[in-house]
Design a protein around this ligand. Structure first.
Ligand SMILES: [Zn+2]
Ligand SMILES: [Zn+2]
Length: 408
């Protein structure tokens, strides 16, 4: 059962409410380019998950079937204990994801946005799931059945959606026990006093017990200490690995090469400058990354993004019917799709337009060989129409605008 995919309509409803709140209260919390990048990361992580979920479940099942210590009955008590355990293990996984470089290289994606809104909750690493599930294997070993583990795990993830908002202030007694928007805003702050604080999933008590709790004082500056400066989700998911390998190459001995992957972010050997402590953010001069795409490109991206959502939803719910070739092709297309949209919003280098042409044509071919799932003639007409409109839209958005011509 894919709980995250099932919750997609609820995500959009709540983001709509947040957007309405933002207009009503005159606080701009969404930027279109940042939103598209966040969603691109979220979509990619669901697509990767479609390939890894079964394997992860098989590991839990193998441990449960062959090596479990107890056989726990499916009772309310079991569920409560499982929830507490998984929430605690999540805390440690999340904390170590901030304190160990090779884990941070995946988790960093969630922290790259310089905005704070519900779409940031969906900004997820594509690889993190491959690291996190090991932390829950002991629960299967204890004798909790895999379905309970996956369900409780999904709950801990889904719980964290609503706390990614500026719309809610402090929530009274709820703040004592639960992770709240206020606690989690701190977690996304790049100010030195907020860094590596409040790693909780559902219950904030773990941070209070293990000494990583920080109360929200002035509003955090959101993002990472070295801004990503791109809307490209592919780059977002690879850049810190690239950094780690580059540094490791520069290291003088094997010990230091390995250390780069196991030490906390900021670690450097002395001969490379020593530990790079996070610097205080100067709010007066700090500028968020931004780009100014022309209105035609934005219109084109809106159109393609809408269709991307439909194709992704279709992919997530029909993945079993697709067969291997179509499944891999669709996944590859979605990855190129989110990359293209991000890069187009940055002004798009020439090759991005050609990548888009190719992407549109391969998508058309893929849809045409999928009419078994899309019912016949109407679908075929729709695909031809959409493909034509896409290519025309791309061409139209590429022409210089009247304003640009005047300036020239
Ligand atoms: Zn984090
Ligand atoms: Zn978060």
């Amino acid at each position: 059962m894919d709980y995250i995919a099932l919750a997609i309509p609820l995500f959009f409803l709540l983001m709509g409410i947040e957007l309405a709140w933002s207009a009503w209260s005159n606080r701009k919390v969404y930027r279109f380019n940042d939103f598209v990048a966040n969603m691109g990361c979220g979509i990619g992580s669901q697509v990767v998950g479609a390939f890894t979920k079964a394997g992860i479940f098989a590991v839990y099942l193998a441990v449960y079937d062959n090596w479990r210590l107890f056989t726990l009955e499916n009772s309310v008590l079991t569920w409560i204990v499982t929830f507490l355990l998984i929430d605690l293990l999540y805390y440690w996984f999340h904390r170590l994801s901030h304190e160990i470089n090779f884990l941070w290289a995946a988790h960093i994606v969630h922290h790259q946005s310089e905005e704070y809104n519900l779409s940031v909750a969906l900004r997820q690493s594509w690889w993190q799931g491959l690291f996190s599930f090991w932390f829950y294997v002991p629960v299967a070993f204890l004798g909790v059945d895999p379905i309970t583990i996956v369900t409780v795990g999904a709950f801990v993830t889904l719980y964290q959606f609503w706390i990614h908002t500026k719309a809610l202030g402090k929530l009274g007694p709820l703040e004592w026990l639960f992770n709240t928007p206020s606690h989690h805003r701190v977690h996304h702050g790049s100010d030195p006093k907020y860094i590596d604080r409040n790693h909780a999933g559902t219950l904030i008590i773990w941070d209070k017990i293990f000494g990583t709790y920080q109360v929200e004082e002035e509003e955090p500056t959101y993002g990472i200490t070295t801004p990503l400066n791109t809307w490209d989700p592919l780059k977002a998911n690879f850049h810190y690995y690239q950094d780690l390998f580059r540094w490791a190459r520069q290291a003088r001995n094997w010990k230091d090469k390995v250390r780069f992957f196991l030490k906390p972010p900021g670690w450097m050997p002395d001969y490379m400058g020593g530990f790079q402590a996070p610097k205080e953010v100067d709010r007066a001069t700090y500028r968020k990354y931004d780009t100014d795409a022309n209105s035609r490109t934005v219109a084109y991206v809106v159109m393609q993004f809408t269709v991307l959502l439909v194709v992704t939803t279709f992919f997530l719910f029909q993945q079993e019917q697709l067969g291997d070739v179509r499944k891999w092709t669709t996944a590859a297309l979605i990855v190129i799709w989110v990359m293209d949209l991000g890069l187009l919003l940055e002004g798009g280098r020439h090759w991005v337009r050609w990548a888009e042409v190719l992407r549109i044509l391969v998508l058309a071919a893929l849809l045409l060989v999928s009419t078994d799932l899309l019912q016949g003639a109407v679908a075929t007409a729709g695909i031809v129409l959409f493909t034509t409109l896409s290519l025309l839209g791309l061409w139209w958005s590429y022409r210089p605008q009247a304003g640009a011509l005047r300036a020239a």
